[in-house]
Design a protein around this ligand. Sequence first.
Ligand code: TMP
Length: 256
Amino acid sequence: MNRRRRVYEGKAKILYEGPEPGTLVQHFKDDATAYNNRKQDTIEGKGVLNNRISEYLFQRLGEIGVPNHFVKRLNMREQLIREVEIIPVEVVVRNVAAGSLTERLGLEEGTQLPRSIIEFNYKSDELDSPMVTEEHITAFGWANPQEIDEMMALALRINDFLTGIFLGIGIRLIDFRVEFGRLYENDMLRIVLADEISPDSCRLWDLETKDKLDKDRFRRDMGGLVEAYQEVARRLGILIDNRPVDRKGPVLVKSN
Ligand code: TMP
């Protein structure tokens, strides 16, 4: 069997060369990190759940015309994606105060924001992805003003759509982080949503109990991370039941 060429390995994912030029295989690991790798662990089953949840959300977003890199899911941990040139800027959308915003501005966690707020971080592990402004992004050539406008417009559409999807299943979308890439199609250059959208990259709270159903459970040593991600998947209708997922052996898949 040929070994696949590893194109990139990040904290929670590996990218392999895809079967055709212009494609990649995105592999979801069970590894979890926080605080710029100062906290690390392996949480069995996380990668499988993120693969499924991200597949579902990218497909739904594709259906409303949000261009994205997703092609198809290949197996429990992997999806086929289109290769894009990643813009080195993380786009964060916030609806409710939490995480670094509460620390920066001294806001109480859970405070509803007057409107959705977009922030940018420069994608750099060495620098702990510092927050930057549009001035930095254009001055250093990470993206041009048109691309920034496009990313902001897409981020707000994604926010509106995901807020609705999650509200429908009793979950409040507090904030999330997305990445975009450039996709060259013939002479056309398009900005497309890339990376993943999963409980690793969102804050999701149960609407009634305010229970955290996201990676903050890991960041704050609360435990129950896989159970929380399973609950999100179950409510989205993409888990048949609550059986543990991805035991290492073969799994019999029944078709009905
Ligand atoms: P923050 O409050 O820590 O700045 O995070 C904002 C959002 O971005 C939150 O939904 C979690 C997500 N996020 C990531 O996906 N990756 C990261 O490395 C960090 C720091 C945050």
